[in-house]
Structures are given as structure tokens and as C-alpha cells.
Design a protein around this ligand. Structure first.
Ligand SMILES: Nc1ncnc2c1ncn2[C@@H]1O[C@H](COP(=O)(O)OP(=O)(O)O)[C@@H](O)[C@H]1O
Ligand SMILES: [Mg+2]
Length: 578
């Protein structure tokens, strides 16, 4: 291994000489304390290294040792319910080793080496296997953890048997090479797939404004920008809890000092609404508290997405929540500054956009690697929170993110101040998956779903125009037809778009429920419109008793919604016929 000498220390970035023969992205051990670092630039024998631990106390002249391997994650049983730092060190185990103040140079394996897992093979001795083939399974909570042949193996399976094994015990040989329950993968390299698939089913979130108005495809990428306190963390936690994915990787880069601590305390208490079990049983948490070094934060997003890809490769739908990517970009900015690179806009490195694109491009819906008889598809959906300073979306992180994500859920502090939750602004948000998902919605929800969505959206746009007029001349000056629009959009906003995360029934709406609710609201508007044409006074229309019933639909359980809606529609027809 290469061994060099520390020549310069500048916060999280250090330089070493005598590093000829090392590799870019190679993991190194820095100084007597053996702090972990990664080579991020290499010129001749001179290496720049970002260090994942506090570098204070390091001195020029101390040694730097190469490890010959890139920064990698351990993938195998024991991942689920894990809480790790940005370079996949298990937080609980580090604490145990070093007390509350994480000591430096502590070396704890990412996955437990002592735990034994019951392995049940699904291939036979003598059969042929290659990279990506499922060799057998380990039950981890409710999840079938599929053990796949790792990269670079191909050939005859030998010595496979069921039994209880640790993750480093050889479970078989393939083409003469030993295979264990655990594999490793370098975090900066996307895990290979057989083929990317087109986007099809939506990621059903249960949030009406997301699913009905701005849907995200499974395997797609979304940005959720918003200022402090507008609901980024609440929405991402809800997505983790309710969206129809099998696993969640939550990468937290705390905004306020104690925010990550909050997440670390909240998550273990969350209950999976599908199973009634702890949500952590299908979650991996990557936590960057504000006292952790910036380099670990820079790495955390890659650690997170690599773990997500691993579960995708088993054939699962996985969601990655990155909260907040702005903190991640700031880590990159600090490191770039220390490297004395030419700064781009607002001091961010010129490659900010490229890095963000590379991250979001690791989302996708794919055919997994593996030989013919092992057909599986999986997906990684990425949702990144962005916290632009002062809510100004023209700043570089927001702009670069918008270029690569196809869904934009714009959180709005004006809405959150009015306690309109989710505080997603319907006029500023968009989804570029609408076209691709149309057929799916029309087939699986209702042929008129997009039609209704279009009507509601048009009304909301009309409302915005009318509000400008109202501000000038007051509502009474508007003709009845337009006042009716304002009444209808008030219903859309309050009875449909607003959704309380803390109400057990309201927090999640099935797509059928969303459809029936919207249909009923719009039915009222259309009936009322016809009545106006027959010169029924608006005041009388608004007294409609059935109209009042629409407001309770939110809190109506899914199975009763269709019946209730049909009844309301029937009553409305009766009232208006009179
Ligand atoms: N969908 C929601 N339903 C109810 N309350 C919400 C919702 N979204 C946000 N809130 C409220 O707003 C507060 C701040 O949200 P949070 O997600 O922490 O903001 P951010 O992460 O953007 O700083 C929450 O503590 C909660 O009281
Ligand atoms: Mg937050």
C-alpha cells in the first residue's frame, strides 16, 4: 500500500505527499489516529484528501496510508432498521465504543459481524449462477432479504446449504469464488442494472395534492423546496411512512442544530401503517448531525443511494429521502473552497450541477441484473428537499435541482403561515410525469380522472386571476358566476387539497378516494353553474345542505367514500332539479 506524509491541513481537507500510485477516490488512513479520508484530487505524488473526522490536532509529517480500496458500503442482512453516519458507521455501536462524544479513529464494522442469519438457498449445487442472481433468502423482519451473487462471479454453484451464518461466512462457491451473505460496493459508482424501464405506475403517496395534481412516477425524481418550517421534513417523513414503497432510505442533513436529533428520536417511534410494526423495520437512516464533519455529509448522500440501489436490485421499490440537499451542497462548497478551486455561482463549485444530476440520475425503474430465469424489476425513487435561503429559488442549488428533477412540489411559507397543509403551492408546482402516467391513471383509477384534474386546475388558476380583481374592487362587484368560482375553489382548497398529517384517516387517501372526492366537489360546481344560468340566486345555491356534507369526506374511511359520494351527488341532483 502507498504510504505518504501529511504536508498541509486545512479543516476537513488535508494534503499529503509521496502518494504516487494511489487512486482517486481511494480510502486512506490519515495520521497517527488513523482518521478515515478519501483522495479527492491527485497530482503526481501529491494528494488532496477529504477527511471524515475532525482533523484538529493533526500535524504535518504524520503518515498517510492508502487502503487500496474506494469508499464502500457493506450490503447485507442487518441493514434494515440501521442508523448510520455518512460513511455507514453504525451510530449506536460507535457510541458504545467511544461514549457520547464520538472519538476519532474508531473502527467499527458497518454491519454486525456476530449476528447469525438463517439462510435458505433457492439455487441448487451444480447449477449455474452469475452476478445478480438470487441465491437464497434471509428473513429480516417482514422483508425477504434476497442474497444476490455479487459482482464478478460466474459459474457453477458449489457447497450451498441452508443454515445459520454470520455475514462473512462463505455460504457457497460460485465458479470457485467464495460468496458471503454480505457484499461491498463503492458508493460513488451506480450499481449496474440490466436495463432501465419506462416510467409507469405512480408512486402513490396518499397525499391528494401530490397524487392528483403533481404525481411522481416510481423510479422518478422530485424536489421539494421550501424555507424553514414550511414542511419539508413532515412531508418527507409522511412519504417514508405512507408511499407504496417497500423500503425507505432517509438521509438527514440537519438544518437546525437539533433537527437531526429530532429525526433520530421520531423515526424509531413511527409505526408502519401497512403492518402496524415499527417503520424502522423497513428503513435505513443515514444521519448527519450538525457536529459531524462536512466531508461525511458530502459522502452521506452516496452512501444512502447505494443502499437503496442494493434493495432495488433485489426487486423492490425503494424510496430515498434526502433532507436537505442544500446542506449537502454546502458541504461540497466548503470542501471545494478548502481545495482553492475556482468558485462558481455563490461560491459553489462549478461542478455543483453535475454532481446533483449524477445523484438524481441514480433514480430509476429497472430490470435488475441477473441471468434469464431471474427476472425482477425494482425501482429507486428520489425525493430531495431543498432549502433555498430566504425561499429564493433563483439560487444555484434550487436551479440545478430543478434542471434534473421532473416533479417540483413548491412549499410556500404563505400557505404554512395560514396553516394550509401540505403547504404545496398548486400554482408554482408541476409534474413532468403527467403525460407518462395518464394511461395508468385512466385505466386504474378512472377514465375521467385527468379530465377532472384539468377542470380543478383550471378553476384554481381562474381563482388566482379573480383574487387580483377582488383585491382591487372587493368580492361583491364580481358577477355571480365568478363568485361561484371562488366558492368552488375554496372547497377544492379546504375540502380536497388540505390534508392533516396528524389525522389518522385524513393523512392517507387512496387514489379512489381522491377521485371520488374531487368528482363530488366538481359535480357541485357544475350543478351550481347550471342553476345560475337558470337565474337561481347564488345565496340560495350556497345554502345547499348536501354541499356541507362534502367537507366530511376527508375524514371518511376509504371503504365508505364511494357510497357517501354517490349519495351526495344524488342529493345534489335532487336539490338542483327543484
Ligand atoms: N402536512 C402537515 N400537516 C400538519 N402540520 C404540518 C404539515 N406540514 C408541516 N406541518 C407543521 O409545520 C411544522 C414545520 O414543518 P417541518 O417539516 O419541520 O419544516 P421544514 O423541514 O421545512 O423546516 C411542523 O412541525 C408541523 O407543525
Ligand atoms: Mg426540516
Amino acid at each position: 500500500m502507498v504510504q505518504g506524509v501529511l504536508s498541509r491541513i486545512s479543516g476537513p481537507v488535508v494534503q499529503a505527499t509521496g502518494m504516487r500510485g494511489s487512486q482517486i477516490n481511494e480510502l486512506v488512513k490519515v495520521g497517527e489516529m488513523q482518521l478515515l479520508g478519501e483522495i479527492i484530487a491527485l497530482k503526481g505524488e501529491r494528494a488532496s484528501i477529504q477527511v471524515y473526522e475532525d482533523t484538529s490536532g493533526l500535524r504535518p509529517g504524520e503518515k498517510v496510508e492508502g487502503t487500496g480500496a474506494p469508499l464502500s458500503v457493506e450490503l447485507g442482512p442487518g441493514l434494515l432498521s440501521g442508523v448510520f453516519d455518512g460513511i455507514q458507521r453504525p451510530l449506536a455501536a460507535i457510541r458504545e465504543e467511544s461514549g457520547d462524544f464520538i472519538a476519532r479513529g474508531v473502527q467499527v464494522p458497518s454491519l454486525d459481524r456476530k449476528a447469525k442469519w438463517q439462510f435458505n438457498p433457492s439455487v441448487k449445487n451444480g447449477s449455474h449462477a452469475e452476478t445478480g442472481d438470487v441465491l437464497g433468502t434471509v428473513q429480516e423482519f417482514n422483508i425477504e432479504h434476497r442474497i444476490m451473487a455479487p459482482a464478478g462471479v460466474k459459474g457453477k454453484v458449489e457447497g450451498i446449504q441452508s443454515g445459520k451464518f454470520t455475514i462473512t461466512h462463505a455460504i457457497c462457491k460460485i465458479g470457485g469464488k467464495e460468496v458471503t451473505l454480505m457484499q461491498k460496493w463503492p458508493v460513488r459508482l451506480p450499481r449496474p442494472v440490466r436495463e432501465k424501464k419506462h416510467f409507469e405506475p405512480p408512486l402513490v403517496t396518499g397525499k391528494r395534492i401530490m397524487d392528483t395534481f403533481f404525481p411522481l412516477a416510481k423510479g422518478g425524481a422530485a424536489a421539494i423546496p421550501g424555507p424553514f418550517g414550511s414542511g419539508k421534513t413532515v412531508n418527507q417523513t409522511d412519504l417514508a411512512k405512507y408511499s407504496d414503497t417497500e423500503m425507505v432510505v432517509y438521509v438527514g442533513c440537519g438544518e437546525r442544530g437539533n433537527e437531526m436529533t429530532e429525526v433520530l428520536e421520531t423515526f424509531p417511534r413511527l409505526v408502519d401503517p401497512k403492518t402496524g410494526k415499527p417503520l424502522m423495520q423497513r428503513t435505513v437512516l443515514i444521519a448527519n448531525t450538525s457536529n459531524m464533519p462536512v466531508a461525511a455529509r458530502e459522502a452521506s448522500i452516496y452512501t444512502g443511494i447505494t443502499i437503496a440501489e442494493y434493495f432495488r436490485d433485489m426487486g423492490y421499490d425503494v424510496a430515498v429521502m434526502a433532507d436537505s440537499t442544500s446542506r449537502w451542497a454546502e458541504a461540497m462548497r466548503e470542501i471545494s473552497g478548502r481545495m482553492e478551486e475556482m468558485p462558481g455561482e455563490e461560491g459553489y463549485p462549478a461542478y455543483l450541477g453535475k454532481k446533483l444530476a449524477e445523484f438524481y440520475e441514480r433514480a430509476g425503474r429497472v430490470w435488475c441484473l441477473g441471468s434469464g430465469s431471474h427476472n425482477r424489476s425494482g425501482s429507486v425513487t428520489v425525493v430531495g428537499a431543498v432549502s433555498p435561503p430566504g425561499g429564493d429559488l433563483s439560487e444555484p442549488v434550487s436551479q440545478s435541482t430543478l434542471r434534473v428533477t421532473k416533479v417540483f412540489w413548491a412549499l410556500d411559507s404563505a400557505l404554512s403561515r395560514r396553516r394550509h397543509y401540505p403547504a404545496i403551492n398548486w400554482l408554482k408546482s408541476y409534474s413532468l410525469y403527467l403525460g407518462e402516467l395518464r394511461e395508468w391513471y385512466e385505466k386504474n383509477v378512472s377514465p375521467e380522472f385527468y379530465e377532472l384534474r384539468g377542470q380543478a386546475m383550471a378553476l384554481l388558476q381562474k381563482e388566482a386571476e379573480l383574487q387580483n380583481i377582488v383585491q382591487l374592487i372587493g368580492p361583491d362587484a364580481l358577477p355571480d358566476k365568478e363568485r361561484l368560482v371562488l366558492e368552488a375553489t375554496k372547497m377544492i382548497r379546504e375540502d380536497f387539497l388540505q390534508q392533516n398529517s396528524y389525522d389518522e384517516v385524513d393523512a392517507y387517501s387512496t387514489l379512489r378516494k381522491q377521485y371520488w372526492m374531487l368528482k363530488t366537489v366538481l359535480h357541485f360546481h357544475s350543478k351550481a353553474n347550471s342553476a345560475l344560468a337558470l337565474e337561481v340566486p347564488l345565496a340560495k345555491i350556497l345554502e345547499s345542505p348536501s354541499r356541507q356534507k362534502i367537507a366530511v369526506l376527508k375524514r371518511t374511511v376509504d371503504k365508505d367514500v364511494e357510497g357517501k359520494c354517490r349519495a351526495i351527488i344524488h342529493e345534489l341532483d335532487g336539490e338542483f332539479a327543484k
